[in-house]
Design a binder for this molecule. Structure first.
Ligand code: ADP
Length: 163
């Protein structure tokens, strides 16, 4: 039986931290579906189609990876795609509490689906999409944190925009 995993998130926008986790997952599983949440609580800077397009481009050379958008519960998306594993990235202890809560909630909702945590390379363990957006809006160069085309999109979207 082939082992397929789902990597869900908002990816607003994709960073090298996400890409690092995706590459690690692609080495372990036969297929990885990167699932971009349409209905995110926080208002996103990029709409779903933009987030999808950036992820596709950023992962174009990673084998066995597909990018899709989803609505609703991630466990339902996993079941529809015959995947039994959810991937989440763990950066620091500060991620733990929220991730722990979510993993156990998902387990209660779907006992047959397991959450697997992967740690990124330590060089990316401080990276977050939120921080990158803030840095760009303040004028920082983020080209070592995100692919060049993402840095460009961020600049276009954020510079000069009042916040
Ligand atoms: P969400 O809104 O679901 O937290 P994100 O797009 O922020 O979505 O993150 C998706 C997943 O990737 C989460 O598990 C998050 O912890 C993880 N992640 C985000 N940034 C990094 C990073 N720099 N290194 C490793 N994992 C990360």
């Amino acid at each position: 039986m082939s082992r397929r995993a789902i990597y869900p998130g908002s990816f607003d926008p994709v960073t090298y931290g996400h890409v690092d986790v995706i590459k690690r997952a692609a080495r372990i599983f036969d297929g990885v579906i990167i699932a971009v949440a349409r209905n995110i609580q926080k208002s996103s800077l990029f709409d779903t189609e933009e987030r999808l397009a950036m992820l596709k481009k950023a992962t174009a050379r990673v084998p066995n990876v597909r990018v899709e958008a989803f609505d609703g519960l991630v466990i339902d998306f996993a079941r529809r795609n015959k995947a039994r594993v959810l991937i989440r990235g763990l950066r620091m202890v500060s991620d733990f509490e929220y991730e722990f809560q979510m993993a156990l909630t998902n387990r209660r909702l779907a006992e047959d689906i397991e959450t697997v945590f992967l740690m990124p390379s330590e060089g990316y363990s401080f990276l977050s999409s939120t921080l990158i957006k803030e840095a760009v809006s303040l004028g920082a160069d983020v080209s070592s944190f995100v692919p060049a085309f993402v840095a460009r999109r961020l600049k276009e979207r954020l510079r000069g925009k009042k916040k």
